[in-house]
Design a binder for this molecule. Structure first.
Ligand code: PGA
Length: 251
C-alpha cells in the first residue's frame, strides 16, 4: 500500500550541536534531493535541533523531536511545544518510545494524549509500540499492542491518518543487538496492519520496524511484507552505517 520507504534516525541522548551538525552535513551532501522512493529523517536531542535545522532547512531531509507536549505554552517543565518546533522547521515527533514508557514511566494514557493532541495540530507523529520480553514469551505480544493502540485509533480521524506513522519496536530488541526474526516481524506487522484496518475504515498507516537494525540485517528486514522502513538508534549516530541503511532502503 505504501511504496515509500522510511529511514528514521533516533539519536536519543547522543550528539551535541557540533557533532550533530557535522553528521547532517554529510547526510545532506550525500542525499539531499537525490532520493525518490525513500524518506530520510533525523531526530536529534532538543538542544541539538537548532544546529541541525540550520544545516537542513530547505533540504529534503526532515528533522524532528524525540517528544513533545500538546499545549502551546505554560507550566510544563521539561516539555517542548509544537510552536517551538514550528519555529525551527522541525516537522515530526516520536511519541511513546519504549525508553519514554519504561525508563521515564509514560503511560498509555499520556502517550495517547500526546499522540492525538499533536495529530490535531497537524504534526506528524511516529508512534512507537512494542512488547517486552515476558509479554512475547507469554504469547501476549498482540494483546500488548492492541492495548497500546486501541484508545488512540478510536480518536484518529481520516485527516489525522496522513500524519501518523507507527513504529513496531520489540523492547527486548532495542539497543541489545538482538533483532527480531523476520518471521516475528512479519507476524507482528501483519497483526498491526489488520488491527489498524479494523479500526480505521480499512486504512493502515506506514509501519516501521525498530530494534537493533544494522546494515547487516536490514536487507532482510526491509523485504518483509508490511515493513515500510526502520526507526534506527545506534546505527543512526554515525554516517557510514546510516548511509548503508539508506542505500538499502533506496534500492
Ligand atoms: P536501536 O534503537 O537501533 O539502537 O536498537 C532503536 C530505537 O530505539 O528506536
Amino acid at each position: 500500500m505504501n511504496n515509500k520507504k522510511y529511514v528514521v534516525g533516533n539519536w536519543k541522548m547522543n550528539l551535541g550541536a557540533k557533532d550533530g551538525a557535522a553528521l547532517v552535513s554529510q547526510i545532506k551532501d550525500a542525499y539531499d534531493g537525490k532520493l525518490t522512493n525513500c524518506e530520510v529523517w533525523v531526530t536529534p536531542p532538543a538542544t541539538t535541533l537548532p544546529a541541525v535545522a540550520s544545516v537542513l532547512q530547505g533540504s529534503t531531509i526532515r528533522y524532528g523531536a524525540q517528544n513533545a507536549y500538546t499545549e502551546d505554552s505554560g507550566a510544563f517543565t521539561g516539555e517542548i511545544a509544537t510552536p517551538m518546533l514550528d519555529e525551527i522547521g522541525a516537522s515530526f515527533v516520536i511519541i511513546g518510545h519504549s525508553e519514554r514508557r519504561h525508563i521515564f514511566g509514560e503511560s498509555n494514557e499520556l502517550i495517547a494524549k500526546r499522540t492525538i493532541g499533536l495529530l490535531k495540530k497537524n504534526f506528524t507523529v511516529i508512534l512507537c509500540i512494542g512488547e517486552m520480553l515476558p509479554d512475547r514469551e507469554a504469547g501476549k505480544t498482540n494483546d500488548v499492542i492492541a492495548e497500546q493502540l486501541g484508545d488512540i485509533l478510536k480518536e484518529v480521524t481520516p485527516e489525522m491518518l496522513d500524519n501518523l506513522i507507527l513504529a513496531y519496536e520489540p523492547v527486548w530488541a532495542i539497543g541489545t543487538g538482538k533483532v527480531a526474526s523476520t518471521k516475528e516481524i512479519a507476524e507482528t506487522h501483519a497483526f498491526i496492519a489488520e488491527f489498524c484496518r479494523k479500526n480505521l475504515d480499512g486504512k493502515c498507516p506506514p509501519i516501521l520496524y525498530g530494534g537493533s537494525v544494522k546494515p547487516n540485517n536490514f536487507g532482510e528486514i526491509i523485504k518483509v511484507p508490511l515493513v515500510d522502513g526502520a526507526l534506527v538508534g545506534g546505527a543512526s549516530i554515525s554516517f557510514e552505517p546510516f548511509k548503508a541503511l539508506i542505500d538499502i532502503a533506496a534500492e
